[in-house]
Structures are given as structure tokens and as C-alpha cells.
Design a protein around this ligand. Structure first.
Ligand SMILES: CC(C)(COP(=O)(O)OP(=O)(O)OC[C@H]1O[C@@H](n2cnc3c(N)ncnc32)[C@H](O)[C@@H]1OP(=O)(O)O)[C@@H](O)C(=O)NCCC(=O)NCCS
Length: 238
């Protein structure tokens, strides 16, 4: 299903589903995720310089909601603080490093933001010099495995109806629970970012909605942006 709408207020419907249990594991309890070429690990206070370098690259930052590079290290420090204790239980975001050298090349995961669709949102960014080598795909595939393994809790929340994949009520007990839905992880992209679309498709996401809204990066608040939005359905837990 795909739809393009004018700038809008997203509609909402209340569903029952699951989400990773809060609080999320603390940084200190997160074992690094090791892939063929990457070490994906919890953030550390010493990541400031490397994160600042990443967030000073205009080619990278133009795809973020901020839309511009950080002005100074204080600004980057504020971003890093969001991923360090005592804030670590609210996000599932990781530093992406080269396995061989330990070099910090990017960040990715659930950064604590609930999308306007009502579900957690995933994001990722790599330093420009590491694009085009398959690292983001390698990261996302491995991160999703860990995300799916997190303990779940039952939730009831307001979500955009377009994102909903209903679970049919069981016949056996005659229950008519039409609000039960598959858990969803959202990725909001820009139409002009096909690299990101490719990564998501290769990692099992599907495009379910394309919408238009006011571009948060436009200082005048008039420019519009087209946002193909993808969803991933973590495997149901028994
Ligand atoms: C998006 C980003 C993480 C991609 O990282 P990456 O390591 O280069 O991605 P990968 O190499 O794993 O995959 C990119 C895919 O897009 C393809 N691709 C590259 N340039 C492309 C282009 N201009 N048009 C279409 N596809 C393109 C690649 O070929 C690859 O697909 P393939 O493996 O099937 O060949 C990186 O470009 C980045 O940090 N961008 C800035 C931040 C950003 O955009 N984040 C996402 C916001 S939704």
C-alpha cells in the first residue's frame, strides 16, 4: 500500500501490541555486536571527538532533521549526552566502529524518538568516507537481530492507522479484538535519499506510506518535503 497526502495532521487509532520493555538495557549491560567487518558498541564519553567529526560533515547532516552541521563541540556534547548514563535506558542507539581498528565511523539504532506514526523510529549515519561499502546494511541487519531479542512488554498506544498490520482475532474463544496489531519499527526517509531506501529494503523493511510535510530545515517554514516511510515488523513473541 502506498499513498501520498498533502501536509497533514497524522490520524491516530489505539492498538494493542508489543514493544521492547522499558527501561532498555543500560550501556554497561550491552555486549558489543560483532559482524564480519564491524564492532557495534555502546557509546562512551570518549566518543565526543569522533561524533563531532561526523556531525561536522554537511553531506551527512543534510539528511538529519537538524539539517545542518553542529556549530561547536558543546552542541555535539549535548547530542552525545542523550546516549550516555543516566539517559541510556531510553534509547537503543550504538556507535558503529571498524572491527579491525576500532575506528568510529558512524552511529545507528533507535535514538529514543517515537515517530509521528506512534512507533519507535530507527536511524543511521556514517562518515562520508565510509559510504558505498555496504557498512550501513551490515550494521542494520545485525542491529535488528539484537533489537528483536530485547524482552517485550504489552502496550496500548495511539498510532497512525496506515502503519497498522492487524492481527486477526482468534476464532477459538470468539474474541473480537480488532485493535490487536503487529509491532512496528518505523524508518522515515527523504524521497531524494535512494541509498537509504536500498538499505531498508535489503534489511526487510517495506514502504507503506509516502507523505508530504513542511521541511523542518527550511528557515521560512514553507518548503515541503516528500517522505517515503518504511516499516519493519519484528517477529511476534510467544
Ligand atoms: C545512508 C547511509 C547510511 C548509507 O551508508 P552506506 O554504508 O553507503 O550504505 P550501503 O553501502 O550499505 O548501501 C547503500 C545502497 O544504496 C546503493 N546506492 C548508493 N548510491 C545510490 C544512489 N545514488 N542511488 C541509488 N542507490 C544507491 C548502494 O549501491 C547500496 O545498495 P547495494 O548494496 O544494493 O548496491 C550513508 O549514505 C549516510 O550516512 N548518509 C547520511 C545520513 C543518512 O542519510 N541517513 C539515513 C537517513 S533516513
Amino acid at each position: 500500500m502506498s499513498s501520498t497526502d498533502e501536509p497533514q495532521k497524522l490520524e491516530h487509532v489505539v492498538v494493542k501490541s508489543t514493544l521492547p520493555r522499558q527501561p532498555l538495557p543500560l550501556n554497561v549491560d550491552r555486549r558489543p555486536i560483532i559482524t564480519e567487518r564491524l564492532t557495534i558498541r555502546a557509546f562512551d564519553a570518549s566518543d565526543l571527538d569522533a561524533l563531532h567529526e561526523l556531525r561536522r560533515q554537511p553531506e551527512v547532516m543534510k539528511w538529519t532533521m537538524q539539517g545542518r552541521i553542529d556549530h561547536d563541540k558543546e552542541e555535539t556534547q549535548a547530542r552525545l549526552d542523550v546516549f550516555l548514563p543516566p539517559n541510556d535506558a531510553k534509547h537503543y542507539n550504538y556507535a558503529i566502529c571498524l572491527k579491525e581498528t576500532g575506528e568510529f565511523i558512524g552511529i545507528g539504532g533507535f535514538h529514543g524518538r517515537i515517530s509521528s506514526f506512534g512507533w519507535p523510529e530507527v536511524g543511521y549515519m556514517l562518515k562520508r568516507e565510509f559510504w558505498g561499502k555496504g557498512y550501513a546494511t551490515e550494521f542494520l541487519k545485525a542491529w535488528l537481530v539484537e533489537y528483536e531479542k530485547l524482552p517485550r512488554e504489552e502496550i496500548e498506544r495511539s498510532v497512525d492507522p496506515r502503519s497498522v498490520v492487524p492481527i486477526p482475532a482468534g476464532d477459538e474463544d470468539g474474541e473480537k479484538d480488532c485493535t490487536r496489531a503487529r509491532e512496528v519499527l518505523i524508518a522515515v526517509t527523504e524521497e531524494s535519499n535512494p541509498r537509504s531506501h536500498n538499505i531498508l529494503r535489503k534489511c526487510g523493511f517495506e514502504l507503506f506510506c509516502t507523505w508530504i510535510t513542511t521541511d523542518s530545515k527550511d528557515p521560512d517554514g514553507v518548503a515541503k518535503v516528500v517522505l517515503p516511510t518504511f516499516r519493519y515488523l519484528p517477529a511476534p513473541r510467544s
